[in-house]
Write a protein that binds this ligand. Structure first.
Ligand code: SF4
Length: 311
């Protein structure tokens, strides 16, 4: 395990270069950067979560901790109260470690860290503290995919599984929809590093993933070509070394679709669109694929932001 010491903490967060934006905010001196996060961890919810893929949520749920703020800027974000609004409570690393242990006591199959990139050093420290206190379940780094491979290398050993999004392969789309034109190249390098760390997936006797990489792709209305290109890239680059989850749960938020040229973001994905993308996965011969059944574009995927498990 690579120890993210307090010295490294200082070096990585002030000026901040924790994520590919490298915006240089002096976070240990109270500044915030593009993501809006201060140096202290802020989280909005920590609870058993049953809506991840079956190999993650299992029967008892994933112990999901939703961190406040985000380094992306997706105009269709379904958790914008947390990601952009920054709702949540500031907590110490000791408290975060206790939360991990409590989720384990509640029966969680894993600790599911949702969007932790901007708090990586304190989160790693909390994992270390929790492991010393008896945390045995695996840790899942659940991410929007906009990660620095170099920083992930420094965190080697802290995460048993990675669950990154792969949203786009086209720079222009990544710029227009997530304000991250370098997302395609950056996320590919990041996933290479994730897979190098975990190796191919491993499961326990109950079908719960213990190590590995599960890539998620949310199909956007009107953008099936991009989704098919994403799948082709996954197939060519990693094949069945990774698991893939093709999601149809896009839910239009207020204002989605108002940007010129992206009016279709105001509606859900049609069955036909989703079927086309799934057919492409079949055509490519990808076998480690999760798909969603109809009617999943609902608010159950959007967690309550009520401070549960944090306060
Ligand atoms: S984590 Fe936040 S402050 Fe740090 S480089 Fe990324 S956007 Fe900037």
């Amino acid at each position: 395990m690579t120890l993210l010491t307090s010295e490294m903490n200082k070096e990585l967060m002030d000026p901040c270069r924790l994520c590919p934006r490298r915006c240089g905010a002096a976070r240990l001196h109270g500044e915030t950067g593009y993501c809006g996060a201060r140096a202290v961890v802020k989280a909005a919810r920590a609870a058993l979560h049953y809506w991840e893929e079956p190999c993650i949520s299992g029967t008892r749920g994933a112990g999901a901790v939703f961190f406040s703020h985000c380094n992306l800027g997706c105009i269709y974000c379904q958790n914008s109260r947390i990601s952009r609004g920054g709702e949540g409570e500031e907590i110490t690393t000791e408290h975060l470690a206790e939360i991990f242990c409590k989720l384990q006591e509640q029966g969680a199959h894993c600790i599911d860290l949702v969007t932790a990139v901007h708090y990586l050093p304190p989160v790693c420290k909390a994992i270390e503290q929790a492991r010393l206190a008896g945390l045995r379940i695996p840790t899942v780094y659940n991410s929007g995919g906009y990660e620095s491979a170099e920083i992930l290398r420094m965190a080697k050993g802290y995460f048993d599984m990675y669950m990154p999004d792969l949203k786009y392969v086209t720079d222009g789309l990544a710029a227009a929809l997530s304000n991250a034109p370098d997302y395609p190249s950056v996320s590919l390098a990041a996933i290479d590093e994730m897979l190098a760390q975990t190796g191919p997936a491993q499961f326990d006797g109950d079908g719960i993933m213990r190590r590995g990489v599960l890539i998620r792709h949310l199909v956007l209305p009107g953008h099936t070509r991009e989704s098919m290109a994403v799948l082709r890239l996954i197939s060519e680059r990693w094949g069945d070394d990774v698991y893939v989850s093709i999601m149809n749960q896009y839910t239009p938020v207020a204002g989605a679709g108002q940007r010129e040229g992206f009016g279709e973001l105001a509606r859900q994905v049609t069955k036909r669109e989703y079927g086309k993308v799934v057919d492409e996965a079949i055509r490519l011969g990808l076998t480690h694929v999760y798909i969603q059944e109809g009617g999943t574009a609902q608010e159950s995927f959007i967690p309550d932001i009520d401070g549960e498990g944090i306060l």
